[in-house]
Design a protein around this ligand. Structure first.
Ligand code: ADP
Length: 447
């Protein structure tokens, strides 16, 4: 890392279609913002190019202003500029309606903007299928038009989406990454990845410690640090119970915050809700399903649970950022039983708020959660202490094994459990380490 620090600053441009908090669907949006902030904090210049969606809440964009306009592809494209979480963002707005919604058009327009503005970034960083075309549009065209000396880095946040486009970007990029080491191993045999292993690396995601900070969080009733985690979390738990109309009880509370898709282990989530209730606990689920059939299933389950266990279970079937903060703060456990999980941010955020993760051993969940009973050595080797409960398999026996141990630990030894909360809160899951790995990768791409 010493070597990296001495190199001159680089200019990195992200082309992305999501950016937290103004345009976020899932983890990709979080990563674009938090990785950029970490790299910028290390002294580099970072810009982000984003489509200008109508839904963007401009009150979260500072100094929003018209930057310039240019013509490309038979249309005028207006460029707006503003600051989001301290980052410079250029918003592209084509003036002819529909085309602007197509990500391929957006990628092309982004390169054209860089060319016409005289930008010469060292690194163009694109993400998943939605900005994958940047890699080949650059190599096939823009490198010849004068946008020379740029290297393309491509990050796969989820291989499930858009595999053909992802394969092409793997071929055209100088370096490629995915968001954890274990996920990198899991997908290494995939035909779109396998030919490119020499330039493919797993770098785990981090979370932004300022955007997720229990000491400074407007959505929590009181702020807390590892030293007063017990007081902080019990106040948050009570506020959560009150807000959702649950009974104010001193029982283990399991929180779940997720997109409701097959990837996230829907059958395991449903089972865990019933098991937790059987064991006398409370459950809060915050989630929404892009698939209306799954959404309807959960609406049905919510109705059933709210009438049979209204004092102990609440399913909130929507996207709600403020509520997610209160759940991270007020839960004893955060459950993430994903079938596969490239990195996963919820277990990291959970730990930042002193909630103990219960996860299935896959992808980034495996790399970041170390079972208190089984993973002491692996935890130490990674430079962390044990921090949660985990399980194998996709059947009910697996999840029961982890969930039962977790809930029993809560009932049997409150002091031990409280010290575990403090311990997980003290672990550093920010970008401090992985941002240096990215810088090393950026430098390697330029060699
Ligand atoms: P993915 O990108 O597959 O959805 P991640 O764990 O990487 O999964 O990121 C999910 C992010 O979205 C986290 O920041 C989580 O807090 C947030 N999130 C997921 N569902 C909701 C919801 N219903 N309301 C608020 N935030 C949510």
């Amino acid at each position: 890392c010493g070597g990296v620090a001495k190199e001159p600053p680089m200019h990195i441009v992200h082309v992305a279609v999501e950016m937290a908090p103004i345009a976020k669907v899932g983890g990709l949006g979080d990563v674009v913002t938090s990785l950029s902030r970490a790299v910028q904090d290390l002294g580099h210049k970072v810009d982000i190019i984003l489509p200008k969606y109508d839904c963007i809440n401009l009150s979260s964009v500072k100094d929003f202003q018209h930057h310039r306009s240019y013509f490309w592809g038979g249309t005028e494209i207006k460029v707006w500029f503003g600051k989001v979480e301290g980052l410079s963002v250029y918003f592209l707005e084509p003036q002819n309606g529909n085309d602007g919604e197509r990500f391929g058009f957006f990628c092309h327009a982004a390169l054209e903007f860089l060319l016409q503005s005289g930008f010469h970034p060292d690194i163009l960083h694109c993400h998943d299928w939605s900005s994958a075309p940047v890699s080949w549009l650059y190599k096939d065209h823009y490198v010849h038009y004068g946008l020379t000396n740029t290297r393309v880095v491509f990050t796969i946040h989820n291989l499930e989406f858009g595999a053909p486009l992802i394969g092409k970007a793997m071929e055209y990029s100088d370096k490629a990454t995915t968001v954890s080491r274990t996920y990198a191993k899991e997908v290494a045999g995939n035909p779109v990845i396998a030919p490119h292993l020499h330039k493919f690396h797993g770098i785990r995601n981090g979370i932004d410690p300022d955007m997720w900070d229990p000491y400074n969080d407007a959505f929590l009733p009181i702020s807390y640090t590892p030293d007063d985690v017990v007081e902080g979390k019990s106040a948050a738990k009570e506020a959560l119970q009150q807000q959702l109309g649950l009974k104010i009880l001193d029982v283990p509370l399991v929180g779940i915050i997720t997109r409701l898709t097959v990837q996230k282990g829907i059958h395991l989530i449903k089972h865990a809700i019933w098991r937790t209730l059987e064991r006398g606990g409370q459950v809060v689920l915050l989630g929404s399903a892009p698939d209306p059939r799954i959404q309807n299933e959960f609406v049905g389950l919510a109705n059933q649970l709210h009438s049979s266990h209204g004092d102990r279970a609440r399913l909130v079937l929507t996207y709600d950022e403020p509520l997610s903060h209160l759940i991270y703060g007020g839960s004893d456990f955060i459950l993430v039983p994903s079938i596969f999980e490239p990195c996963g941010l919820t277990q990291l955020t959970a730990m930042r708020y002193g909630s103990v993760p219960i996860v299935r051993k896959t992808g980034g969940l495996y790399d970041t959660v170390f079972d208190v009973d089984h993973d002491k050595e692996r935890a130490e080797a990674a430079g962390y202490g044990p921090n949660g409960f985990s399980f194998d398999g996709v059947d009910i026996a697996g999840i029961d094994y982890a969930l039962n141990r977790a809930i029993s630990a809560w009932y049997d030894g409150r002091e031990w459990f409280n010290s575990l909360c403090k311990q997980v809160m003290e672990q550093d899951w920010s970008w401090n380490r992985p941002a240096l790995d990215y810088l090393e990768l950026y430098h390697a791409a330029r060699k």
